[in-house]
Ligand binder design. Structure first.
Ligand SMILES: [Zn+2]
Ligand SMILES: [Zn+2]
Ligand SMILES: [Zn+2]
Length: 499
């Protein structure tokens, strides 16, 4: 039923009362499609009897809150598999973390555990967070009018500076969100997806503002970066003064040398008299208490605070975070109340030009990244940004299609049959060059720029019709997205050099 959120509380009378006291009556800030009011919360309680049998009938719940206070509670969980299939999220309240059944895994963003003692505020916060996650990123169809009204709000807001900025917030699944988007579309909007879609349409441009790392196991960004002994991986080490005996080369902590008031080498038994001549104390050293290893710098290990997965920093997943700025095209769209779709994708698809769908392009690129990592087969990517689309459209109107087709044939004629072309954003093409190194790709890119210049489009004022960016597979590239991101920063650099 739209607009209602169902909670079930399972515990004794006193426990159920505790939860009832802190559970909110509605969920403001979350917007459902075709539903104007706040979501109402509907609560049921179950006080299990001696047999621990509960009749769920056919109902499904958004959240189940379960007290593990009784020792039979585990039995209950194991015997009521229905509980996990009928509840979207679970909150366990217990006195020991260990009291969860062994095979019961907490699901990131879905389940949570509260350990006694706790305050009412904490309990309320955890309940609200799970309910919020329940509705987060619910897909909605957003129509053109909604996008235009959102853009108009951004353009008319003197404080926003026409920019949509992200904000860090650990309550959001990604650890950040876009308040301006949440204000307009509700807290539960899939904001990144929406903003990327608008950027693809040419309504927004983006610039990188942060990078965040996420657990490769569970996706949490609550990560602890800690130092460990590089030899045995122990965290049990301490900073220590180390002495290096020059004549025999022995290195050890200072107390191994101390004999009363003098220093004697534990290896060669020579007395150490003068620092700088007999021995030195290298700065800040660490000694492992478990394996006695002495090292100048610990190794960094990442521990996920949610699932306890451990790995090295390079194994975590990085996400680039952007701020988004409105474009002149967005302003025009707001003024004319119409997003005159200037989507290359649409244009090229309708003209049978041989451009591949982006999904296929990304898939092929991922395979090439894999081939490089496995067999060292080179592969590079060219991004081709068209700088003249807006001007051309103003100058020739609908005739723009003919010119874009001409340009696309010019580009295609410079490529080999195995190269793959696709539309990446509203004004940018991607070209995948399998088996080609970056040197080869740069030659192709230059040829593309020259071909475009030779086209003689019915516009002036534009110095270069195309800006290109190139990148190639290397050991640092772990995905097709990374390859595209590198080509994009090369493109941005080339554009800034052009002025
Ligand atoms: Zn060690
Ligand atoms: Zn010595
Ligand atoms: Zn994790």
């Amino acid at each position: 039923m739209i607009g209602t959120c169902n909670i079930i509380i399972i515990g004794n009378e006193l426990e159920c009362d505790k939860v009832l006291q802190v559970t909110p009556a509605s969920l403001p800030g979350i917007k459902l499609p075709n539903h104007e009011e706040d979501i109402e919360i509907n609560i049921e309680t179950i006080i299990p009897n001696q047999s621990w049998e509960v009749n769920f009938i056919d109902k499904a719940y958004d959240l189940g809150i379960f007290f593990l206070s009784d020792e039979d509670a585990n039995l209950f969980l194991n015997n009521n598999t229905l509980l996990s299939s009928r509840t979207h999220s679970m909150l366990f309240i217990t006195s020991h973390e260990q009291s969860l059944p062994q095979d019961w895994q907490l699901r990131q963003h879905k389940d949570d555990i509260v350990i006694q003692p706790y305050t009412n505020n904490l309990l309320r916060l955890r309940i609200e967070r799970l309910l919020f996650n329940r509705y987060q990123r619910t897909s909605k169809d957003i129509d053109q009018d909604e996008i235009l009204s959102f853009l108009s709000g951004i353009l008319n807001d003197a404080l926003s500076d026409r920019t949509i900025e992200p904000m860090n917030d650990s309550d959001h699944a990604n650890g950040f969100y876009y308040p301006a988007v949440a204000q307009h579309f509700g807290l539960n909007i899939d904001d990144i997806n929406l903003l990327e879609h608008m950027a693809d349409q040419g309504l927004l441009t983006k610039s990188i503002v942060n990078r965040k790392r996420y657990c490769p196991e569970c996706g949490s960004n609550a990560l602890n970066f800690r130092e460990i002994c590089p030899k045995c991986g122990s965290i049990n080490f301490s900073e220590d003064t180390v002495v290096h005996h020059f004549s025999c080369g022995h290195i050890d902590v200072i107390n191994k040398y101390q004999k009363g008031n003098i220093l004697v080498c534990p290896k060669c038994h020579e007395t150490l008299n003068q620092i700088g001549i007999d021995y030195e104390k290298p700065t800040s050293n660490f000694r492992c208490r478990d394996c006695e290893f002495i090292f100048p710098d610990g190794e960094v290990q990442v521990e996920c605070e949610f699932c306890q997965h451990r790995c090295n920093p390079a194994e975590t997943n990085e996400v680039q975070i952007y701020s988004y700025q409105t474009t002149a095209f967005a302003e025009e769209a707001v003024v004319t109340s119409n997003i005159k779709s200037f989507d290359l994708q649409e244009l090229l698809r309708s003209q049978h030009t041989g451009a591949y769908p982006k999904q296929y392009f990304m898939h092929e690129m991922q395979r090439d990244v894999y081939r490089f990592r496995r067999y060292q087969v080179p592969c590079s990517v060219i991004l081709v940004q068209m700088n003249f689309l807006e001007e051309l459209r103003k100058a020739v109107g609908d005739q723009v299609t003919i010119h874009i087709q001409k340009l696309f044939s010019a580009i295609s004629s410079s490529l080999r049959a195995l190269d793959i072309t696709s539309v990446m954003t509203a004004d940018t093409l991607g070209v995948l060059l399998p088996g080609t190194s970056i040197e080869g790709a740069r030659v192709v890119a230059m040829r593309l720029e020259q071909k475009a210049q030779g086209l003689d489009l019915p516009i002036d004022e534009i110095e270069a019709y195309l800006t290109t960016g190139t990148s190639e597979c290397s050991d640092e590239v772990d995905s097709g997205e990374a390859l595209i991101a590198m080509a994009m920063s090369d493109l941005e650099y080339n554009r800034s050099v052009m002025g």
